[in-house]
Design a protein around this ligand. Sequence first.
Ligand SMILES: [Mg+2]
Length: 398
Amino acid sequence: MKIERVETFVLRTPLGADTFYSSQAQFPERTSLLVRLTTTDGVVGWGEGGQYGPPEPVQSCIDDVLAGRLVAAPDASPGVIWDLLYSTTRDYGQKGPYIEAISAIDIALWDIMGKTLNTSVSTLIGGRFRKSVKAYGTGGYYSSAGFVPGRDLDELSDTVSGYAADGFGMLKIKVGLLDVRDDARRVIAVREALGDDFTLLADANHAYNSSSAIAMGRVLEDHGFQFFEEPVPPEDRQGYARVRSRLDIPIAGGEAEYTRYGFRDFIAGGCVDIIQPDICVCGGISEVQRIVALASTHNLRTIPHVWGSGIALAAALQVCAALPLAPYTHVPRPLQNEPVVEFDRTRNPLRDDLLTSEFELVDGYVRVPAGAGLGVDVDPAVVERYRVGGSDIRSTAA
Ligand SMILES: [Mg+2]
């Protein structure tokens, strides 16, 4: 297969009154960088690159550097293109927007290969261990940068109770914006609102030094949380290892890590029990398979991080369908050894409106799209509604 057209789409939508906060930032808008590739045979594939950062640098990497190499390649198979693009940007790439751009292109190429062969991406990358994946809701963000205990704890309790009423049996909340004592009150409020049997997870978005992370981790352990995500900054491998050695709660991380090389060092450092590569960040579907293989040699679980549009979620579901148990048991147990999928619940029209079909929660599970490629179709009218930039690059031979 050969690519003759590369289109990029910068999508942006303000959140207005639904603006929220993590420990790191205010989120006044949702953005996505999408890429649409078209082959010389007219087959179209979609990909997405990046997560929290601005989409424009990723767009520039595609438009100004990678697109020309892609349309010039005689064979645009995903593995061939991955190696070409990574190898020829290694001296200045390795992490950041270049790898996010390669991720977007790689996801689109797998979508094309699936459509060309009329089979799903999950089938192409090894087969479907499961047709649906247990979902955990991500919510429980902060509605402001301050803390008014009565108002904020009531609001948080109402929010998480709403997710439970929607059918979630597993939920991840945020910690790290407040001091440990006040975040502990949020943790207790959520546990009390949902009861002892509800599976709870927590994410600090690398808010802590190792001492504060250990203090927060003890609070989470006392209230039966099942993992503690990004306790310390991703560069602080020794801090990760210290936190992990002092706590019993599983430590998760990896959404800000890139390629098998980054994960090699993250895993070798004894940082985590669960790796969380983001498929739109770590190098795409090609690279996440290599990262998963590496993690499997250490008997680690992989739970992909998911944040972006419906394309990102579709790619994650295809990968989750093809993940083996870690480790195998006769009866899979979601989260304990069977992959679960992150299902962000903050408002995002780019996730909920972009596709012609919806991802529905049924008995706590999300179905893996069964159609060819990623198994989803993009609504062009929605793309145009939210598009604020992008470009259209064609092969000069076309
Ligand atoms: Mg996170």
